[in-house]
Design a protein. Structure first.
Length: 607
């Protein structure tokens, strides 16, 4: 059979390629060789067809479009809401790229190793390889030990997982994928990840015939994948804008975005599921994580959403004991050992209306961690001087309720006080708060736990303290009797703590769900939905507190400079009050800490 030379455009080297194989080889047939060249070209230009035709993996329409665009771009930016199968797309693209381009080094990095590791263990190994026998045949080995998580292909290509930090220096790649890149430090991307990139080694390109053909120049591929974010100053938006502008110019860039409508259309999640999730989320998080919107901070907010979420760095969460484990005298596995000099506070904003959903009592468990810096000096014949810098505040647990009854609330506060091994209780003394103070000043019996509590009294209000007749009562209650000026001081103090990075809040709920809760066997194996929810509560309450704070408005007095914080519409500020009162109290303790200067002068350094 005579081949038509125009059937598939080929150069003279390609036409003679079949002669380089033994006569018994499949590719010794010129038709087979030409077909391989043609299909390789077609599939490289139509990666979605490769996934469906060769790997036999069915794709939804939006996945076909995405994979096609990814296969023809060198800068790929995807901003997609949760549940849009982003990790699946990255895993599939990585496999297709590795097969179609022999010797390709694909690297997948994220802020945490566990996050990117799941793309190999869950998506490639447990899903794609199960669905596609062809993919299994292409893969030589999958390594998933503690030090290395990688996929090796028979054609020399590899997919390697790494954690996006300084320790990743030295890797080399032809395709670099940043998973949830908004969580990656921009300096790490610029100084560590981008230098990974190099051009794939193709021996034929060195031949005189091919070396000057520009169309054959193969660019390294950079992929940035993330959900949306609210902080318009975040470096991710520079990548987004660059991909969009490049796409309009046709320079090999593409920007793709998918919201929750895609998940509903293709049945990735149900409407009922999304409704349940919306009830858990604060409005801003819902818009960002699920609606895939670019949310702007309100100029009239005293606490901006971005200011608060930047402080969501805390991974260690505290859980109080439940009644059953207490009665069985089980040790609390979620108790946090105290550090030297650490101070612990239960900060309370009190509601006295039982069952009123818009009026909560809120209790915040705060760790005050003393910080200092040591300097070399010759002062007073010393070579080193320790400069105390105050307390870092870690909000490890927040709880809200609508109990109403002041005695029951006092008992709950005492439970938290004991479980958390707290040193102080801060209480808003307005309205029902003073009744809580009086209840705590009495002997209380906790019927459910079978425990009797000793009286406690205030440390900063003689009128409240004098009501307590027990001379052995500990002075550990700090009463907040707010005035307009004090409220202003409390608000400024809380914002200062946030801006100076002295406040650490629990991770965003969605991140915590993937990286903390799903790794907790107690949470994963719990069949009682209410008990399972109790593990989520601190993260959900933190999100609600952040939303409350970001929605608060303020007015500034032109005469005194004091500000008034107030709610908008039906919003609340119970969680803000609880969190800010505890922060203000730690400010007062700091004055004592910093005044303990021993035999040298002290000074405060602001971060």
């Amino acid at each position: 059979m005579m081949m038509n030379k125009m059937q598939y455009p080929a150069d003279e080297n390609q036409l003679e390629l079949y002669k380089k194989f033994p006569t018994t080889h499949f590719l010794s047939n010129p038709i087979n060789t030409r077909n391989i060249l043609a299909w390789s070209t077609f599939w490289r230009r139509n990666m979605h067809r490769f996934a469906e035709d060769y790997l036999q993996i069915s794709l939804y329409e939006y996945q076909q479009i995405a994979l096609y665009e990814m296969g023809n771009s060198s800068l790929i930016c995807i901003i997609a809401s949760r549940n849009n199968a982003k990790s699946f797309m990255i895993a599939l693209y990585g496999c297709c790229r590795a097969i179609l381009y022999p010797g390709t080094k694909v690297v997948i990095g994220s802020a945490t190793r566990g996050q990117s590791k799941l793309i190999v263990t869950e998506k490639i190994e447990n899903e794609l390889m199960e669905w596609s026998p062809q993919l299994r045949r292409e893969i030589q080995d999958v390594k998933r030990n503690g030090q290395e998580v990688s996929v090796k292909f028979h054609n020399g290509s590899t997919i390697t997982v790494f954690t996006a930090n300084d320790n990743a220096r030295g890797l080399r790649s032809h395709t670099a994928i940043r998973e949830e890149f908004r969580q990656i430090d921009q300096k790490i991307d610029n100084k560590v990840i981008s230098p990974f990139q190099t051009v794939r080694n193709r021996p034929y390109i060195k031949l005189e015939y091919y070396k000057d053909i520009k169309i054959l120049k193969e660019e390294p591929v950079d992929i940035y994948l993330s959900s949306s974010w609210h902080d318009l100053s975040h470096w991710m938006w520079g990548i987004v804008d660059g991909a969009y502008e490049g796409m309009l110019k046709g320079d090999g860039s593409v920007l793709l975005a998918f919201d929750e409508s895609v998940t509903i259309k293709h049945g990735l999640k149900t409407m009922n599921y999304l409704i349940r999730e919306k009830k858990k989320q604060d409005p801003v998080t819902w818009k960002v994580e699920f609606l895939n919107l670019k949310v702007k901070d309100s100029a009239s907010s005293f606490f901006t959403y971005s200011l608060l979420t930047k402080r969501q760095t805390l991974r260690q969460v505290f859980y109080p004991r439940d009644t059953e484990s207490f009665r069985r005298k089980k040790k609390n596995k979620y108790a946090i050992p105290k550090q030297d000099g650490e101070v612990r506070v239960i900060s309370c904003d009190i509601s006295f209306v039982q069952g009123e959903q818009n009026d909560n009592s809120v209790y915040s468990c705060i760790r005050g961690m003393p910080e200092s810096m040591t300097y070399e000096t010759e002062v007073a014949n010393k070579t080193e001087v320790e400069i105390k810098q105050g307390y870092r505040r870690e909000y490890v647990y927040i709880e809200s309720n609508q109990i109403g009854d002041t005695t029951k609330q006092a008992i709950r506060i005492r439970e938290l006080y004991d479980d958390f091994d707290a040193d102080y209780i801060v209480i808003d003394a307005r309205n029902a708060g003073v009744q809580i103070i009086y209840s705590l000043g009495k002997i209380l019996y906790n019927e459910s736990r079978g425990v009797e509590y000793e009286p406690l009294k205030t440390m900063n209000n003689d009128a409240y303290a004098d009501v307590v007749k027990n001379p052995n009562a500990k002075s550990v209650i700090y009463a907040i009797n707010a005035t307009q000026q004090l409220n202003s001081d409390i608000a400024y103090s809380f914002r200062r703590g946030l801006t100076e990075n002295k406040i650490d809040l629990l991770l965003n709920y969605n991140i915590a769900k993937e990286e903390i809760l799903d790794e907790n066997k107690d949470y994963v194996n719990e069949t009682d939905l209410d008990k399972q929810l109790s593990y989520e509560v601190p993260f959900l309450e933190t999100q609600l507190m952040i939303n409350e704070c970001s929605e608060l408005l303020y007015e500034k007095s032109p005469q005194t400079g004091a500000i008034k914080i107030f709610e908008h519409g039906g919003n609340r500020k119970d969680r803000y009050s609880s969190a800010s009162y505890g922060n203000y109290f730690l400010d007062q303790l700091e004055l004592d800490l910093l005044s303990d200067s021993s035999d040298y002068e002290f000074c405060t350094f602001i971060n």
